[in-house]
Design a protein around this ligand. Structure first.
Ligand code: IPE
Ligand code: IPE
Ligand code: MG
Length: 220
């Protein structure tokens, strides 16, 4: 079976997962972190080398303040509790997105996690936080312009926020919606798209296998 080297995931459906259980939305996000940990392990076991996940979009700031602050708290908890075990299992963690709007504390946590895990080679986990596909193209163009270079595809490519990993072979969106929602607009030009009805907290090893099988069938 042909295995994608790089998978990107729009982890959608945490809120609905919580609602189904009469829980606050943030409980769904908390379960989403568990699901991500499981997904990283399953991807690594399947031979996937890069996993790029959409954790918080540029547009997610528009959510109710309570939910945004719950997500920031969860991020801080994850930075202090998840990074070390990930490092021990050989995961290289990178944060992708506009860091100017996140707190100093979160920024420091990002840098610390990246430094700690930079030599790991089992799998690379890119966590897209305060990320937007349009932001990415614009920031790449600004960098190319600042270097006084002509704006070419190659020059932009080299400055995209995911230039360290290249383009995803497969993009999965969970949660039953059929949208890109401003994720990797430039990078998904040729990615296979697979949509899963599973809500992200329910996206388990079997659901990943189903997506991988669909990918392998299309590659044939
Ligand atoms: C995705 O789940 C996680 C984030 C956007 C942070 P949602 O919160 O969008 O869950 P639904 O789509 O409302 O179920
Ligand atoms: C996309 O999901 C963003 C993340 C998964 C972080 P959303 O739930 O925010 O996207 P829309 O609102 O359905 O387009
Ligand atoms: Mg959603």
């Amino acid at each position: 079976m042909s295995i994608p080297q790089h998978i990107a995931v729009v982890m959608d459906g945490n809120g609905r997962w919580a609602r189904q259980r009469y829980l606050p939305r943030v409980a769904g996000h908390r379960q989403g972190v568990e699901s991500l940990r499981r997904c990283v392990r399953a991807c690594e076991a399947s031979g996937v080398k890069v996993l790029t996940v959409f954790a918080f979009s540029s547009e997610n700031w528009n959510r109710p303040e309570e939910e945004v602050s719950g997500l920031m708290d969860l991020l801080i908890t994850a930075l202090s509790g998840e990074v070390k075990p990930s490092h021990e299992s050989g995961v290289k963690i990178c944060f992708v997105g506009d860091r100017s709007r996140v707190s100093e504390r979160v920024r420091a946590g990002f840098t610390k996690a990246e430094k700690l895990t930079e030599g790991n080679q089992k799998i690379t986990l890119n966590v897209c936080f305060n990320y937007g596909g349009r932001w990415d193209i614009a920031q790449a163009a600004r960098k190319v312009a600042a270097q006084g270079k002509e704006i070419t595809e190659e020059a932009l490519e080299a400055e995209m926020a995911t230039a360290h990993v290249g383009d995803p072979d497969l993009l999965i969106r969970t949660g039953g919606e059929y949208r890109i929602s401003n994720f990797l607009l430039w990078q998904c030009a040729y990615s296979e798209l697979v949509f899963s009805d599973k809500l992200w907290p329910d996206f388990d090893e079997a659901a990943l296998d189903t997506a991988l099988e669909e990918y392998a069938q299309r590659e044939r």
